[in-house]
Write a protein that binds this ligand. Structure first.
Ligand code: ATP
Ligand code: MG
Length: 384
């Protein structure tokens, strides 16, 4: 018999009249394992009874190991997650908590949303579903940084036109005077020349904010990092120890080599300056690369997806980013340094945005980390 399509009460289309049996439902355990959300099941003593694949990745521990542990082996007793679990057990209701920090020597996760649900057929057991909001928040911040970088774009063009041309005239005039004035006055002409050079350098740095298309090709990010490390160690970071943790199988970044050098050089320079200014006795900068599988971020409102599997991290053991500048860290002219222009991170944000990447920051005393998420070569946006 041929099937007929009818519209049900809720407007759902259904095919009636077919005699074939419905397909067999897939195995529930396989479905749970495939789910990209971390899911954990705790028994009444908080021991791990189940963890899907996403949960193993999230905790960085395999289920074989987890099954020997309880939650208190991973988190200190004052972690708010224990309170949530207790409330779920007492009230026998589903409870969600947002922006939790799960931190211990084994684990460090921030901005986690956790839903706890009791299992009626298994008294005392609690099912935990986790959601890591930090990737979404990183995107949020990046979109803000983009606007910060844009606000400089117009100014850069004006500066280039209105300052650079007269400046070269001033510099030339000072140079001409230099040969004809007395020795005592020569000091002044040198001063004019040096200051003109300083302004020209500043304007040069601003010019990168102009909207120019970038010349993208396959860039070996390890060569970029090596180059920056060598530059740093032969100059401003001679006294600082560098540690490199590179993933040798990392595919090339799709980007501009020179601009990626600028980005990493600015981050390494900031790290070194922070260590030096605070007089940290065993200053250390760690450069890391990693491949992060399967993370795709939706760009709000655009229907676009970003696949940013390459992660480059610059970490230092300096005193951390001062609290008062954190909210505007990537804005131009924000600096805590007496002679800083505050353009370094604005430039970093602009270049990373032009590459379609993201930047995340984590900073506390003794550990500041800038994480770049970059696209790989031939990585087309998801059409869905
Ligand atoms: N690794 C870090 N540790 C501590 N503070 C940092 C770090 N990176 C950046 N900062 C803070 O962010 C501010 C802004 O950095 P940014 O690179 O934009 O400007 P700057 O370093 O002050 O000047 P410029 O880079 O133009 O010489 C710095 O002044 C500093 O206070
Ligand atoms: Mg800087």
């Amino acid at each position: 018999m041929k099937g007929a399509v009818v519209r049900g009460a809720r407007g759902v289309l259904a095919v009636v009249g077919r005699r074939e049996p419905p397909p067999k439902p897939p195995d529930a355990a396989a479905l749970l394992s495939a789910l990209p959300l971390p899911i954990l099941l705790l028994d009444p003593e908080d021991r791990f009874r189940f963890a899907n694949h996403a949960a193993e990745q999230f905790l960085g521990i395999s289920f074989v190991q987890l099954s020997q542990l309880s939650l208190s082996d991973l988190l200190p007793p004052d972690n708010p997650l224990f309170r949530l679990i207790e409330q779920v057990r007492q009230g026998e209701v589903t409870i969600a908590d947002h922006d939790l920090t799960l931190e211990s020597p084994r684990l460090r996760k921030q901005g986690i949303t956790v839903q706890g649900t009791p299992l009626p057929e298994d008294p005392g057991a609690v099912l935990l579903v986790m959601q890591d909001a930090s990737a979404a928040r990183a995107l949020d911040r990046q979109l803000t940084f983009r606007s910060a970088a844009r606000s400089v774009t117009g100014m850069a063009a004006i500066l280039a036109h209105e300052v650079k041309n007269p400046l070269s005239g001033i510099r030339g005039a000072a140079q001409l005077l230099e040969s004809s004035v007395s020795h005592a006055d020569r000091e002044l002409t040198v001063l004019i020349r040096d200051e003109a050079d300083r302004i020209r350098d500043l304007v040069d740095r601003m010019e990168i904010f102009g909207e120019k298309p970038i010349d993208r090709r396959a860039v070996n990010i390890h060569r970029v990092l090596e180059h920056v490390r060598r530059l740093a160690q032969s100059g401003f970071a001679a006294h600082i120890r560098f540690t490199e943790n590179y993933d040798p199988s990392l595919p090339p970044v799709h980007g501009s080599r020179d601009q990626l050098v600028q980005v990493t050089l600015n981050l390494v320079k900031n790290a070194a300056e922070s260590i030096t200014a605070a007089g940290v006795p065993h200053g250390e900068i760690t450069l890391t690369t990693a491949f992060q599988q399967g993370v795709r971020l939706a760009v709000p409102g655009s229907g676009q997806w970003m696949h940013l599997p390459l992660v480059v991290t610059v970490r230092d053991n300096g005193p951390g980013i001062p609290d008062d500048i954190r909210p505007n860290l990537f804005d131009p002219f924000v600096s805590s340094k007496p002679s800083g222009s505050g353009l370094g991170l604005a430039l970093v944000a602009k270049i990373v945005a032009d590459h379609g990447g993201l930047i995340e920051v984590d900073s506390r005393p003794g550990r500041t980390e800038f994480r770049l998420h970059l696209p790989m070569l031939a990585d087309e946006p998801d059409p869905n």
